[in-house]
Ligand binder design. Structure first.
Ligand SMILES: NC(=O)c1ccc[n+]([C@@H]2O[C@H](COP(=O)([O-])OP(=O)(O)OC[C@H]3O[C@@H](n4cnc5c(N)ncnc54)[C@H](OP(=O)(O)O)[C@@H]3O)[C@@H](O)[C@H]2O)c1
Length: 243
């Protein structure tokens, strides 16, 4: 059984890879799940909101990605290791490494450099640390021993320069898995093309984490709902494009 397509035209039996194929070569796609009340985590983890379709969509987006961009907070909270090869989507990675590299954005560089995120990344998809020139020098040196390092910006990480640097490395399709701080900063820097949002049919309340964080935008950012799908367990899978 496939997804029920609601937009652009009603249709049944659509597959996930048809639904969420990239329509442009150079794209930054942000990928999130949120509850109906906006909560982006349950007991501190995004996975608590997911169903099996969302887990497949998460893995599909990773298979479509040339690089997976993530904030250090999410990498730490969610216990990130390297991306795993999913046999279901193996055909989508022909001519590329079996898995996409993770590019982790951090200013403080508070990482365990002996963790699987670094030690178990394959040679052709090494983890990339993205940081600024003001990051702690010793940690930068340690990072360079176990990962690729991109230094972009002096005092803070210059996100447009990060996207350029990733593209120069041949990473056209950039999938950003958040978290809220990184997503907000990317939006402020006008670096997001698409938002892939799963809406979990859940009310959570009492949450601190939404998909964005920090101060309100001076002007709300508009999105077009380009594609919408549903499954019979009341989940929605939405693809928005920045106007
Ligand atoms: N629902 C979802 O789909 C979803 C997705 C992702 C995450 N989450 C949830 O979000 C929570 C984590 O939130 P978070 O705000 O900590 O996430 P985050 O944006 O992943 O992490 C914030 C940290 O990442 C680094 N960072 C992010 N943007 C940066 C920038 N522009 N420049 C320099 N460093 C930057 C900094 O790391 P340093 O401190 O190392 O400098 C910062 O402290 C978790 O509960 C997670 O489960 C939910």
């Amino acid at each position: 059984m496939g997804l029920t397509q609601l937009l652009p035209v009603p249709q049944t039996g659509v597959t996930l890879d048809e639904a969420f194929a990239f329509s442009a070569e150079e794209t930054v796609r942000a990928v999130f799940i949120a509850a109906v009340d906006g909560a982006a985590s349950l007991l501190g983890r995004a996975g608590g909101l997911a169903n099996s379709w969302d887990r497949q969509l998460f893995s599909l987006n990773r298979a479509l990605a040339d690089v997976i961009l993530v904030g250090a907070g999410t990498a730490r909270t969610e216990g990130y290791g390297p991306a795993e090869d999913d046999p279901q989507w193996r055909h989508l990675r022909q001519g590329r490494s079996a898995t996409a590299s993770l590019a982790v954005v951090s200013h403080g560089l508070g990482f365990d450099f002996d963790s699987p995120l670094f030690t178990e990344a394959p040679e052709d998809a090494r983890t990339i640390i993205v940081t600024s020139a003001q990051a702690p020098k010793r940690a930068r040196e340690q990072a360079a021993e176990v990962a690729e390092v991109i230094v972009a910006g002096e005092l803070t990480v210059d996100l447009p320069a990060v996207i350029r640097a990733l593209r120069e490395r041949g990473h056209s399709r950039i999938v950003c898995e958040g978290g809220p701080r990184l997503f907000t900063d990317l939006l402020r820097a006008d670096q997001v093309d698409e938002v892939c949002l799963t809406r979990s049919p859940t009310l959570v309340a009492g949450y601190e984490t939404g998909i964005l964080s920090g101060a309100e935008f001076a002007t709300p950012l508009d999105l077009d709902l380009e594609r919408a799908y549903a499954t019979d367990d009341s989940y929605l899978y939405l693809l928005y494009r920045r106007v």
